[in-house]
Ligand binder design. Structure first.
Ligand SMILES: Cc1cc2nc3c(=O)[nH]c(=O)nc-3n(C[C@H](O)[C@H](O)[C@H](O)COP(=O)(O)OP(=O)(O)OC[C@H]3O[C@@H](n4cnc5c(N)ncnc54)[C@H](O)[C@@H]3O)c2cc1C
Length: 383
């Protein structure tokens, strides 16, 4: 990296922004801050992009759960399309599209609903029948009803993107990096585990699933997920393929679930997901959950049973009750902002999050309405 970690916390001038956490969200916020002329300090005791960002699939996907989710994912995807030509090769940009798979007639109805939703909002999407689906992905099992191809979605290797964003921010000369673990946050102040502290105009809590530890009452819960990556099988899978049942899995906010979700990697490897578990904070691999996830994948793609898995891991999504991230001022504070709660879409929405966050800090107009992501929305809703 072309920026150096600070050993002393004396800065030449008052810092505008101190960002805690250098996952993809903190990294994107840091770049947006310095590109907007703010001086910024990024605080991360571990590897940049080494948290949920390294555990995720890196699927950049426009979603339609709600109008607010659509707006943030579409806005972010447009920012990703601008960024993509600048990304170094190790970010593994792969324009694979998304293929949503319908198992039966009921899910085919969902394919048509989804296509209409996307089309009305200018997102390209085409319906595939059974034969077209088999032609697009010959390793899917026969007898599936069809699918929806969304060609402009893509995949990246997110930890390298996070590193690239931090390097790009460092190159402006307005970013400082502090390799310390944060103990607590207050208005315009960060205190570290070693007792040292720094002050800044505002503080941003971008610590992902850990965000609730620094701001009391923040309704963000860890949601555990497993992934497995195989050896190299170039051409085995062409698209990011997801069963439409995934939506049921992602919607459940209390029970454990698995869904078929595979991604081709530039290396020829296949990334297989995914699981969702609530109320578990142990990062160890849960053998039963991993087996359940792989059985689901093999149901959809029987030949996967002949592929060698070389590594499995877990990560924690930062889940909110309404499945939307929290972007803005923390309730009860005047100089602490939150950028967390992105659940399974934080890689997709990191760039839009950074824009909305810095818009809030600088009191700028935003390209999309920021209200749905207000941190105090549950309090607003409950009067
Ligand atoms: C299995 C799985 C699959 C996923 N797939 C996708 C996908 O395909 N597409 C997508 O868009 N999203 C996906 N996600 C979600 C995505 O990975 C996350 O939403 C995103 O990475 C969150 O980024 P973040 O920067 O908020 O958090 P993190 O990457 O967790 O970063 C938080 C950072 O804060 C730091 N931190 C924590 N505590 C402290 C402290 N005390 N002091 C200083 N720093 C601290 C951590 O070290 C960490 O680096 C997936 C997640 C999982 C688990």
């Amino acid at each position: 990296m072309n920026f150096s970690a600070r050993t002393s916390l004396r800065f030449a001038a008052q810092l505008d922004v101190a960002i805690v956490g250098a996952g993809i969200v903190g990294a994107a916020c840091a770049l947006e801050c310095v590109e907007s002329g703010l001086s910024c300090c990024l605080i991360e005791p571990d590897v940049v992009g080494g948290g949920a960002t390294a555990a995720g699939m890196g699927h950049i996907v426009v979603m339609d759960d709600s109008e607010a989710q659509f707006q943030l994912t579409q806005y972010s995807a447009s920012l990703w399309h601008e960024l993509a030509p600048r990304l170094p090769a190790d970010c593994e940009y792969l324009p694979c599209g998304t293929l949503w798979v319908a198992a039966d007639a009921e899910e085919m109805e969902e394919v048509h609903r989804k296509q209409a939703f996307y089309r009305e909002r200018g997102v390209r999407a085409s319906v595939l029948d059974e034969q077209q689906l088999a032609g697009a992905e010959p390793n899917l099992r026969r007898g599936l009803a069809g699918g929806l191809l969304v060609p402009d979605d893509f995949a990246v290797y997110a930890p390298c993107v996070a590193r690239y964003l931090v390097e790009a921010a460092g190159a402006t000369g307005r970013l400082q990096f502090v390799a310390k673990r944060t103990r607590s946050l207050a208005d315009g102040a960060v205190t570290f585990e070693d007792g040292e502290a720094l002050t800044a105009g505002v503080v941003v809590n971008a610590t992902g699933a850990a965000a609730r530890h620094f701001v009391p009452g923040l309704d963000i819960q860890p949601r555990k997920g497993h992934l497995l990556i195989t050896d190299r099988y170039p051409g085995f899978v062409q698209h990011q393929i997801i069963e439409l049942g995934y939506l049921k899995s992602a919607h459940s906010i209390s029970s454990d679930s698995v869904a078929f979700n595979v991604q081709p990697r530039r290396t020829g490897q296949i990334l297989i997901g995914s699981s969702r578990q609530y109320g578990v904070e142990d990062p160890m691999i849960d053998g039963a959950m991993l087996a359940r996830m792989l059985r689901r994948a093999i149901e959809y793609m029987p030949e996967l049973s002949t592929c060698s898995g070389i590594r499995a891991w877990t990560g924690f999504r930062a889940a909110t009750p309404d499945k939307l991230p929290m972007i803005g001022m923390a309730p009860g504070y005047s100089r602490v902002y939150i950028a967390s709660g992105h659940e399974g879409l934080g890689i997709t929405t990191a760039l839009g999050t950074a824009k909305l966050l810095v818009d809030r800090i600088l009191k700028r107009h935003s390209a999309i309405p920021a209200e749905p992501y207000r941190v105090d929305r549950s309090m607003v809703a409950h009067g």
